[in-house]
Design a protein around this ligand. Structure first.
Ligand SMILES: NC(=O)c1ccc[n+]([C@@H]2O[C@H](COP(=O)([O-])OP(=O)(O)OC[C@H]3O[C@@H](n4cnc5c(N)ncnc54)[C@H](O)[C@@H]3O)[C@@H](O)[C@H]2O)c1
Length: 359
């Protein structure tokens, strides 16, 4: 017997509609049999179906989960629009500790939840989920990206994200120093994971000096082995740097932090890099060039959407990822010409693309 209930989140969580204001559709799902509790938030489908990953995480309350998914889905509208993709913004959360709550039954039930939206939401991996999980989700829905290559998916998006960050960083260097090359610049990569590791390689090939920080000794060891000891390794990042590339946690980019690192350019893969929106103006006033996170880190979604949904050839997708550099250049020019912070310049570009999409 099916035990799944799906209802508007405002009704299921007994909160006012105003909390989800600005979203097209926000649904809460409870499946008794598997224990699934999940929320799918569709923010904006002006440019196409909502595309964004599924975060699997413990939250103190369901309301906390709702706030998180609403913030993340809004961010996906901006990321997909800035990337020039024919997709809107959406995101999902599965509520629970992925280390204990994740079962094949739960993931299949989650796939049925995704499927109930008939393609208005297309999912992918995020914190707490991975390609192996998506292979199981894919048993009950076709509305997904990011399965393993063996299951017909495009696999790890880390290398594409790294290439996008690298392209955006070159655009930032060109604006600051008049030449896009990073040769002889000192770049601090914070986080030697799936993105940071590949970014480090690209930077070394360009002739940059690279400092890589990661608290995980295994991650540092991997970088050391992959680069033949050509980088400086540390547990936490220290200056002096020319460029700071946050590729681990969010909320690390503040004027104080960047100044203490001696960096003038900030460009990395982490999501939600600014602790508050006010930091955008503060960085601008301090003469620090910040390439907005959702612009720089869109390579992963371009890779997944391009290969799996749009069925583009790999070389076309790679060219699209490199074009993040052009988008960054456009935003940095807009910021310089109008004397506005780069985050505002990026938001203006997104608003213009959505307005054009509405016709
Ligand atoms: N993988 C993608 O395609 C993609 C796409 C868009 C955004 N992002 C974002 O980019 C960031 C990195 O993604 P990833 O896939 O490389 O993740 P990952 O989990 O593979 O790697 C993250 C690394 O950061 C390290 N780390 C944790 N705390 C740190 C700290 N305080 N200082 C330095 N290092 C620290 C971890 O030990 C780990 O090695 C994440 O914020 C992710 O959300 C990733």
């Amino acid at each position: 017997m099916r035990t799944m209930t799906i209802a508007p989140a405002a009704e299921a969580l007994d909160i006012g509609d105003e909390v989800i204001d600005g979203h097209e559709e926000v649904l809460y799902c409870h499946d008794e049999e598997s224990g699934l509790r999940a929320i799918i938030a569709i923010h904006d489908t002006t440019l196409g179906p909502a595309l964004g990953g599924t975060r699997f995480k413990s939250y103190d309350t369901d309301q906390d989960a709702l706030h998180d998914v609403l913030r993340l889905s809004r961010g996906m509208t901006s990321k997909n629009a800035a990337a020039g993709l024919p997709f809107g913004g959406g995101k999902a959360v599965i509520i629970g500790d992925p280390r204990t709550a994740k079962t094949p039954e739960l993931l299949r039930a989650y796939g049925r939840f995704v499927d109930s939206l008939d393609g208005r939401y297309v999912t992918a991996a995020d914190l707490g989920t991975n390609s192996d999980d998506l292979d199981i989700v894919g048993e009950t829905t076709t509305h997904l990206t990011g399965r393993t290559a063996g299951a017909g998916g495009a696999g790890d998006s880390g290398p594409a994200t790294a290439l996008g960050v690298f392209s955006a960083m070159r655009a930032g260097a060109e604006r600051l120093w008049g030449e896009s090359g990073l040769h002889d610049r000192t770049v601090g990569v914070e986080g030697a994971g799936k993105v940071g590791g590949v970014l480090t390689r690209l930077l070394l090939d360009e002739g940059a000096n690279v400092v890589v920080a990661d608290p995980d000794p295994a991650a540092r060891e991997r970088v050391s082995a992959a680069t033949g000891g050509a980088v400086t390794l540390a547990e936490s990042l220290a200056g002096p740097l020319d460029v700071y590339a946050p590729c681990a946690l969010g909320a690390t980019v503040t004027v104080d932090r960047v100044t203490s690192l001696g960096a003038r350019l900030v460009c990395g893969a982490a999501n939600n890099q600014l602790p508050t929106q006010d930091e955008d103006a503060a960085l601008h006033a301090a003469g620090i060039l910040w390439v907005p996170d959702y612009v720089a880190n869109a390579g992963g979604v371009i890779h997944l959407a391009g290969l799996e949904r749009l069925k583009h050839e790999p070389d076309v997708v790679t060219a699209d990822v490199r074009r993040i550099g052009d988008t960054a250049r456009e935003i940095l020019s807009r910021s310089a010409d109008a004397g506005i912070p780069t985050g505002i310049a990026a938001d203006e570009l997104v608003a213009a693309r959505l307005a054009a999409g509405r016709g």
